[in-house]
Design a protein around this ligand. Structure first.
Ligand code: KG4
Ligand code: ZN
Length: 341
């Protein structure tokens, strides 16, 4: 069969990224231009600044990606783009670029859900084997699901409030660490001990998650200690938070492994860059004799290569979009599954 090359565009948050992916798994070119340093000054992503920066950066990223590919865009078979979920203004920059390229080069347009991208990042170094359980943990999502096949998904549970990545970022902020907080919490936790008694998020038997209680508890604790001029052991608190947050993820994963008896597991999303989380999930998978995979750290956080991977099954199924494609800022994985199953 002829090789399929897909150009992928990702602009849902604060990374302007493009990639060319062959046959849904081989990354032939990848460019990621992060706006992280700009947003760090404000303690988080400022949507208006993000979309302006995407507009400024997108042609630079396109030129760089074509250079890495070494061929003209006439050689690609389709143009794919993240259309949901994410920041509306940011998504629109990527979508308009994708439509323009599809029109100029006369290529089919493929709309990709960002969370599906995180999942399919697992195809880059390994092949996803179905059925598989998947845990998606990022700045916007905390979802546990079953991938029954390339086209059939079942959501087991999701966060009922904050995502785990959001809480890493908020806890980091209250402890005085810069945005994005996840990697800083991880580094600080390595130097600390799990000595703070924190509330356990959800002591139930569902597959849902809740992180707002843990977040509020830590914010209140820090404010109260500061008011009393008491010392806050930052590394210990980072370690205690990370341990509690990860324990909750691991507990729900174990419940799903036990109840479903599925023997494949994949981890995905920005928080899956966390080494402690990777190790803890790997341990529970080993206990149940389950094959465990997680993408290389480069492909855990937002990038366009994962979008090119997720576009491939849509290309094979000829699921193309027309030029009325619009951004859907709040179409999370649950809504996506309801629409497509
Ligand atoms: O997937 P992603 O790049 O963007 C979204 O789709 O949301 O995830 C970003 C999230 C941020 O909350 C960031 O703090 C978190 O992933 N993150 C981490 C680590 N690296 C990134 N969280 C914990 N430990 C890390 N090493
Ligand atoms: Zn993401």
């Amino acid at each position: 069969m002829k090789d399929i090359h897909i150009l992928a565009i990702e602009t849902s948050c604060d990374e302007t990224s493009m990639a060319i992916v062959k046959n849904g798994q081989e990354v032939e070119a990848l460019t990621i231009l992060s706006q992280m340093d700009t947003h760090a000054k404000y303690g988080g992503v400022v949507p208006e600044i993000a979309s302006r920066m995407h507009t400024e950066n997108i042609t630079i990223v396109l030129e760089e990606t074509i250079k890495k590919f070494g061929h003209s865009l006439n050689e690609v078979d389709a143009i794919s783009v993240t259309y949901a979920p994410g920041l509306l203004g940011s998504l629109l920059v990527g979508i308009e670029c994708a439509k323009t390229l599809a029109l100029v080069y006369n290529k089919p347009l493929i709309a990709v859900n960002h969370t599906m991208g995180h999942i399919y990042a697992n195809n880059i170094e390994h092949h996803i084997v179905y059925p598989t359980l998947a845990l998606i943990v990022s700045g916007g999502h905390t979802d546990l699901l079953i991938l029954k096949s390339e086209s059939e998904l079942e959501i087991l549970g999701s966060t009922i409030d904050d995502s785990v990545g959001e809480v890493f970022d908020k806890v980091a902020r209250v402890l005085g660490m810069p945005y994005p907080g996840g990697p800083n919490i991880e580094a600080s936790a390595l130097k600390g001990q799990n000595t703070y008694q924190l509330p356990k998020p959800m002591q139930d038997e569902t597959y849902n998650f809740s992180y707002s209680g843990l977040k509020s508890y830590i914010i209140n604790l820090v404010h109260n200690e500061r008011q009393r001029n008491n010392e806050i052991r930052i590394n210990d608190l980072a370690c205690s938070f990370q341990t509690t947050a990860v324990e909750e993820l691991t507990r729900k994963v174990e419940l799903a492994l036990k109840n479903t008896n599925i023997k494949n597991f994949i981890l995905a999303g920005g928080v899956s860059a966390n080494q402690f989380l990777r190790k803890e999930i790997q341990k529970v998978c080993a206990k149940y004799n389950v094959t465990f995979h997680v993408p290389n750290i480069l492909y855990c956080t937002d990038n366009a290569a994962m979008i090119g991977c997720a576009a491939y099954p849509l290309f094979k199924a000829q699921k193309f979009s027309d030029f009325t494609l619009n951004a859907k800022s709040s179409e999370n994985i649950r809504k996506y599954v309801e629409k497509n199953n």
